[in-house]
Design a protein around this ligand. Structure first.
Ligand code: NI
Length: 191
């Protein structure tokens, strides 16, 4: 078990598009060990997801998992998912407002419009194809992580900058209202 350092906003590695991973590279023991470390680091930091370039490795891989997450107590659970070379295609044009934070952006949150329904195509960590649909808050988490792999941070997508807040002010002034909106989104999309 190894914990990796997490790059912070301002480091160029977060802004460079990542490169695709070949099947041979993916299946190598060294790369499988890296994926284990990525997952361990995500767990250690209580992240809902972690992209490889957030731990200074510019490859198109991210981990996502929500299991009663203390950082995001209102998020529906997502089983551990590794996406390799993911591609997201929005289904329909419905958007919802997601209040996001990021392990690479310390103590700041903001509202980001996200697609409510997405097709996800990727490989899993064994190289088998993933082709699935995600919705609602879960779709927001997938978009946040795949954005990282394209060098984008949630900050770039905040439309109303007056929503930016520290975590403390989020819990004081915005969390209750956002939890109500999350309930409506989960009721509508099932996740
Ligand atoms: Ni992030």
């Amino acid at each position: 078990m190894a914990f990796l350092r997490i790059a912070q906003v301002g480091h160029p590695v977060l802004r460079a598009p990542t490169r695709e991973v070949s099947r041979d590279e993916l299946l190598s023991p060294a790369f499988q060990g890296f994926i284990d470390d990525l997952v361990d680091t995500m767990h250690e930091a209580s992240g809902a997801g972690l992209a490889a370039n957030q731990v200074y490795r510019s490859v198109r891989v991210c981990a996502i998992e929500v299991k009663d997450n203390p950082r995001y107590p209102y998020k529906p659970n997502i089983p551990l998912t590794i996406l390799v070379n993911p591609r997201l295609s929005p289904i329909g044009d419905e958007l919802f407002d997601n209040y996001e934070g990021c392990l690479s952006v310390p103590d700041l949150r903001g509202v980001v419009p996200r697609h409510a329904e997405l097709r996800v195509q990727a490989l899993d960590r064994e190289g088998a194809p993933i082709d699935t649909v995600v919705r609602g808050i879960t779709a927001g988490t997938f978009q946040h992580e795949v954005d990282h792999l394209h060098g984008k941070l949630f900050l770039d997508r905040v439309v109303d900058t007056t929503t930016l807040c520290t975590w403390k002010e989020f819990s004081r002034h915005h969390e209750a209202g956002f939890r109500e909106r999350v309930k409506a989104i989960v009721a509508r999309y099932g996740s």
